[in-house]
Design a protein around this ligand. Structure first.
Ligand code: FES
Ligand code: FES
Length: 153
């Protein structure tokens, strides 16, 4: 089937199998390999992208569900402040999980801004609860989320 959608601000059209995962459409058809596959089962968050501003796990979404929608991957504009905070706070750890954490952080901070609420430790932990790390831990990740939101621990 033909899939038309917006990816990182550009209109795209690709031929895909009807049930191809959004993750595979992005990585294999569009060569946007910054989005990573960890578990492939919706458990780890490594594949997180934004669909109409909402963080979703692209391994659980069929590409056809993104038809006509606005998808932003780690390669898209708008992640810069979060990326910088992850660099400065040491939140960039193994590399497989970091893309998803940054995308999820952006969705979280934009939601807090819309709602006029601060990015607290508790809220940051809850927002990134679906982004798993098995290498180091979450201390520096949460510090990076708070720094990106202009907060300190
Ligand atoms: S690869 Fe999608 S949640 Fe793990
Ligand atoms: S950040 Fe990837 S396993 Fe820890």
């Amino acid at each position: 089937m033909k899939l038309r959608f917006t990816v990182n601000g550009a209109e795209r059209e690709v031929d895909v199998a009807p049930l191809a995962r959004l993750l595979d459409v992005l990585r294999d058809e569009l060569r946007l390999t910054g989005t990573k596959e960890g578990c492939g089962e919706g458990e780890c968050g490594a594949c997180t992208v934004l669909v109409d501003g909402e963080a979703v796990m692209s391994c659980l979404v069929a590409g056809c569900q993104a038809a006509g929608r606005d998808v932003v991957t780690i390669e898209g504009a708008g992640h810069e402040a979060v990326q910088q905070a992850f660099l400065e706070e040491g939140g960039a750890q193994c590399g497989i999980c970091t893309s998803g954490m940054i995308v999820a952080t952006r969705a979280f901070l934009e939601e807090r801004e819309r709602e006029g609420k601060p990015a607290t430790v508790e809220a940051a932990r809850e927002a990134l609860a679906g982004n798993l790390c098995r290498c180091t831990g979450y201390g520096k990740v949460i510090a990076a989320v708070l720094a990106a939101g202009g907060e300190t621990r």
